[in-house]
Design a protein around this ligand. Structure first.
Ligand code: ADP
Ligand code: MG
Length: 371
């Protein structure tokens, strides 16, 4: 598909959108763009405003202020009093709940958007077969939709959302009602389909693995705001704040106080007679400032033999949970309690003393006010 002249630029632009429900600020001054062929995910805990944002883009909700542009055309502008109805926006929608129509066959379900657009029977049939094939439902076209499993019903919903070649596909936790194995299978299919069709997608999820795997860019939301927008790698490797780092992946934390600093390093006292030195040019980390140090578990090893460029933190093993493929152990460390997974072959017993070996370049220092 080629772009018509003048339709270059983002497929979707959301500008300064705000939505309140009574006193609650569900969406708080949000702006972002989606480019052609891009998957952008809104990621955040339940209640942070993801679905409200998506519903405003879909035209199912009126914002209190702000504007939305689809392919350069204004579909919402509170300033100009514009609101284009949902069915006049060329978008495809899939929600968490299986929204198949029970009294229709799979074919009728998938073909519904063509029917309301007045497509002829033969033309429709060919297109339905094409889309059913894409989502692996070719063999089920004559079944009643209710005779399908949950995963198959969501694929019907996806096929129906795709069939009229929407400018933008909106997916709100589409796999959340499915069991883990099916979720990852559908995620894999979804990714494959997106690669093949180059769809522009606004994806909503609270699942960071889904967000990382499917998205070109991720917008991490918290209390109605976008706190960080970047590639999955940006978000994981250089989180804008502690809460994003904790939300996206696992971390170990150590609380302490800056005990000394020079041009290029700080020394952090973790208590129990342990102090470590870390590279930092951040002037705000003055002597006396309380800080929280964080590092990813994959950047930590349990060992007794730190290299010269590594940091060693002594820890005592607390509880050990045997999980079959690995064991999770609680570690009582200076500056806090942590959990680390270890290979099942490692000998770990409660109360043993171990050394955590850290790479100073992989430790982040967040100024911290304890509650
Ligand atoms: P998410 O999809 O991230 O879980 P939502 O966008 O559904 O979050 O909700 C954001 C906030 O707005 C929540 O506090 C929620 O309770 C509130 N909210 C959402 N829809 C309504 C509504 N129709 N009426 C009142 N409050 C709502
Ligand atoms: Mg939601």
């Amino acid at each position: 598909m080629t772009d018509a002249p003048g339709s270059m630029g983002p497929v979707l632009s959301v500008r300064r959108v705000t939505k309140r429900y009574g006193d609650a600020l569900a969406v708080d001054d949000i702006s972002f763009d989606i480019d052609a062929g891009e998957v952008l995910t809104l990621l955040g805990r339940s209640g942070c405003g993801k679905s409200t944002t998506l519903r405003i883009v879909a035209g199912l909700e009126h914002p209190d202020s702000g504007s939305v542009h689809l392919r350069g055309k204004v579909v919402v502008s509170t300033a100009d009093g514009i609101f284009v109805a949902a069915d006049k926006r060329n978008i495809g929608l899939v929600f968490q709940s299986y929204a198949v129509w029970p009294h229709m066959t799979v074919e009728q379900n998938i073909g519904y958007p063509l029917k309301i657009r007045g497509w002829g029977r033969n033309e429709s049939r060919a297109r339905i077969e094409e889309v059913a094939d894409m989502v692996g439902l070719s063999a089920f076209l004559d079944r009643q939709a209710t005779q399908l499993s949950g995963g198959q019903q969501q694929r019907v919903a996806l096929a129906r959302a795709l069939i009229h070649e929407p400018d933008l596909l909106l997916l709100d936790e589409p796999f959340s009602n499915l069991d883990t194995e099916l979720r990852s299978e559908l995620r894999f299919q979804m990714k494959h389909l997106q690669d093949r069709l180059g769809m522009s997608v606004l994806y909503v999820t609270h699942d960071q693995i889904e967000a990382m795997d499917l998205s070109h860019r991720v917008a991490v939301m918290y209390e109605g705001q976008i706190q960080q927008l970047g590639t999955p790698r940006d978000i994981y490797e250089t989180p804008a704040n502690f809460f994003i780092q904790r939300f996206v992946g696992k971390i170990l934390t150590f609380d302490g106080t800056v005990a000394a600093r020079d041009e290029s390093a700080v020394t952090v006292d973790l208590g129990e007679g342990v102090a470590i030195s870390l590279p930092s040019e951040d002037r705000e980390l003055a002597v006396g400032v309380t800080v929280r140090l964080t590092t990813r578990p994959e950047d930590v090893r349990l060992g007794s033999d730190p290299g010269t460029a590594e940091l060693a933190i002594p820890a005592r093993i607390g509880e050990v949970s045997y999980l079959g493929h690995q064991q999770d152990c609680k570690l009582l460390c200076p500056g806090g309690e942590n959990t680390l997974s270890a290979p099942k072959a490692t000998e770990l017993s409660p109360n043993d003393t171990v050394t955590l070996v850290l790479d100073p370049a992989k430790v982040r220092i967040w100024p911290w006010r304890s509650a």
